[in-house]
Design a protein around this ligand. Structure first.
Ligand code: ZN
Ligand code: ZN
Length: 370
């Protein structure tokens, strides 16, 4: 039995074979650590994993970064010195190939360099190979996502109990505190910690700022990070809950009740066989019927795994049926400009007969005393 990396590289080769790709080139981004446990430094020196369908896998890496690579036995490290041209190395490795899949987040300077050197090669997006692999999580990956989800659940519970002070703090101060707790709870990296108070909550990706949180308003918190396993591969958390500092106005409470019903409705249908867009429709139809349709301005969710946003996207137009092992967010929101907004977000895994929610912290609007 090989390592998870040799299994993944085998599956990548199967997918290359199925899609007529004879070389796969991965640089910065999540695909590389997914297959090797090694993340490329996002700098001007090229790191690139080259997997030939008919040959071995080679990791082209700057000589000075080579000591960072943990060799798994599934690829050969090919270091290049400061005066060498790494694109020449990669071009040689591609000789005889026809269709080359290049990682989606590879810098244009490298891809353009490869195109210049090999005008006869056909290049395509490596999503063709990698998306089907990454979108279906194994039991081990689901366990990692669940640990990360439970870690942020514990932080949300402290927001809901009033243990994390809000009133009198700036959004930025609360955001910094959430970031601190994300790391304290076992994540290595903070990916984001959105804190949006009152009218700022109408901006879905609000940047926490100097706005002081007052009594009698909503505070929307959307936060997550990346938790790493022993194999060097990280999995993301992403959770949104709203807290009200005092008794909510009837107008807000009514809107929140609609949102909660919508989120539950989407969750209820998020299982294998349901087209992704039907998960979106299930919640959106409730928000539409209640008259808030124009204020739900984004898709219902995104896949999550080694990246915070990945396939599958839970959006109108994606009629692909979910498959067991897909992990994604369900995060409807209602945003009324100039007034307030709310969002409820959980990560769930599609099972054969039901959805498996990874976040289980209370979904109700928490009311805390200032
Ligand atoms: Zn989120
Ligand atoms: Zn999200």
């Amino acid at each position: 039995m090989g390592s998870i990396f040799s299994e993944r590289i085998d599956r990548a080769r199967q997918q290359m074979n199925a899609t007529g790709v004879d070389a796969l080139c991965l640089s910065v981004g999540a695909d590389l650590p997914y297959l090797t446990g090694y993340a490329a430094m996002p700098l001007e020196r090229l790191t690139m994993l080259v997997i030939r369908l008919d040959g071995e896998a080679k990791l082209v890496v700057p000589e000075l970064e080579a000591p960072l690579v943990k060799e798994t036995g599934d690829f050969t490290v090919v270091p290049w010195g400061e005066t060498a041209d790494p694109l020449d190395l990669v071009t040689q490795m591609l000789s005889g190939a026809n269709k080359v899949a290049v990682g989606e987040t590879t810098w244009a300077r490298f891809l353009v360099g490869l195109i210049d050197r090999s005008p006869n090669l056909a290049f395509c997006n490596a999503g063709l190979v990698m998306t089907p692999l990454r979108a279906v999580k194994t039991a081990d990956e689901i366990a990692m996502l669940r640990s990360a989800a439970h870690a942020v659940d514990r932080i949300a519970a402290r927001l809901q109990s009033g243990e994390i002070p809000l009133v009198g703090q700036t959004e930025a101060q609360v955001s910094a505190e959430l970031g601190r707790q994300i790391v304290e709870e076992g994540h290595r990296k903070v990916n984001f910690a959105i804190v949006a108070a009152g009218e700022n909550a109408a901006s879905p990706h609000h940047d926490a700022g100097d706005r002081v949180i007052k009594e009698g308003e909503v505070v929307l918190c959307d936060f997550g990070g990346t938790m790493f396993g022993d194999d060097g591969v990280g999995y993301c958390s992403d959770l949104t809950r709203c807290v009200y500092t005092g008794e909510p106005s009837p107008e807000f409470a009514e809107m929140y009740a609609v949102l909660l019903e919508a989120q539950r409705a989407s969750l209820a249908v998020a299982k294998a066989g349901t087209p992704a867009e039907d998960v979106d429709r299930a919640g959106r139809s409730i928000i539409d019927a209640a008259g808030y349709g124009e204020y739900f301005i984004h898709r219902t969710g995104h896949g999550i795994g080694v990246e915070a946003h990945e396939e599958p996207y839970i959006v109108e137009g994606n009629s692909d049926p979910l498959v067991a092992g897909n992990a994604f967010s369900i995060e409807p929101g209602i945003y009324i400009p100039g007034k307030f907004g709310a969002r409820i977000e959980d990560i769930v895994v599609a099972g054969e007969t039901a959805s498996d929610p990874l976040n289980v912290v209370d979904h109700n609007l928490a009311v805390i005393e200032g």
